[in-house]
Design a protein around this ligand. Structure first.
Ligand code: EPU
Length: 291
């Protein structure tokens, strides 16, 4: 096999479903969990020589893997080597593999405000920055001061605030890997912050089907509108294809019942798109990534 030298950290034909929130889809041709940056850089370089495409899986919460699986190498950054979190004054420095939820709770405990509006968003710091994850209260990009990335050719580079551009679910950080990021937050009372965070969590939990197999919102909100509201207005709540269903709680969520396949979800996505276009004249754009 072309990646023999990486044998302890690379596995062929690894099922990806258990690594994603949807818990659907086929295997990765190769799956790798490098121990540290040096090993990751060597792996990326090797994949380039072998012409193997590389994809980075964050927390697996915003991705839908096709039933036939993914060619090339899927890399996941383990928290042990890529998930360090440090607080320096008003700054929080976090590894790309750190869970966003852990970074939020560290900041809140230290009395640092800003990121708590993102409570309940799953995934890693790398994934959150890559797609500029956010809620109505703000997005992660507005707090980012600096990022360390690994380019597609395997070089480590720094990106300062002036090079970071964020928009709704979009970021200029399109390098292969986000290794680490630095956030500048605001001092606040930890008790007040905790209360605010808990309130937001309760609101979110009541509005979204968080206990089900899903990948968060499926579609981006069209400017000034809510995709969930549009899908609801088109009368699509509860619509099913196979084991995939438009959530009754929030119409921009598709939930997967036991036995569902990715193909069911993809067919349901197309059905929702075409009904919303027919009935309301709006084109919905995907928010999740399809691999
Ligand atoms: N609404 C309905 N029916 C539905 C869903 C929503 O009538 O089935 C209505 C709500 O009652 C509300 C409006 O639509 O009046 C907006 O709904 P909500 O507050 O739930 O916000 P959203 O625009 O649907 C966005 C983000 C969510 C984020 C929430 C809360 C997108 C695509 N969605 O949803 O993000 O959690 O705000 O901040 O930007 C995600 O990105 O994966 C995600 C879930």
């Amino acid at each position: 096999m072309p990646l023999d030298e990486f044998e302890p950290i690379v596995r062929p034909a690894e099922p990806l479903a258990p690594h994603t929130w949807f818990q659907l889809g086929g295997p990765a041709e190769y799956y790798a969990e490098p121990r540290d940056v040096a090993q990751l850089a060597r792996l990326v370089e090797r994949c380039q020589q072998e012409d193997l495409p590389v994809r980075i899986l964050g927390g697996g919460s915003n991705v839908l893997v096709r039933d036939e699986g993914v060619p090339g190498v899927v890399v996941r950054l383990p928290e042990s080597g890529f998930g360090q979190i440090e607080v320096r004054g008003r700054r929080v420095v976090a590894g790309g593999g750190a869970k966003l939820g852990h970074v939020i709770s560290t900041a809140v405990r230290e009395g640092l405000a800003g990121l708590e509006t993102l409570v309940g968003i799953p995934g890693t710091i790398g994934g959150a920055l890559h797609g500029n994850a956010g809620s109505r209260g703000g997005d992660i990009g507005q707090w980012a001061e600096r990022a360390t990335v690994l380019t597609r050719t395997g070089e480590v580079a720094e990106r300062g605030r002036d090079e970071l551009v964020f928009a709704y679910r979009q970021s200029s950080l399109d390098e292969l890997v986000i290794l680490a990021a630095e956030f500048e937050l605001e001092h606040d009372d930890p008790e007040q912050l905790t209360k605010r965070m808990q309130q937001q969590w309760i609101v979110k939990k009541s509005a979204q089907p968080l206990a089900h197999q899903s990948a968060g919102c499926i579609f981006k909100n069209p400017r000034g509108m809510s995709a969930g509201l549009l899908i609801d207005q088109a009368g699509l709540k509860g619509t099913r294809v196979g084991g995939a269903e438009v959530s009754d709680r929030h119409a921009n969520f598709i939930v997967a019942e036991p036995g569902a396949t990715t193909n069911d979800v993809l067919r349901l996505i197309e059905l929702v798109r075409s009904r919303v276009a027919d009935r309301l004249g709006m084109e919905l754009e995907l928010e999740i990534e399809i691999w």
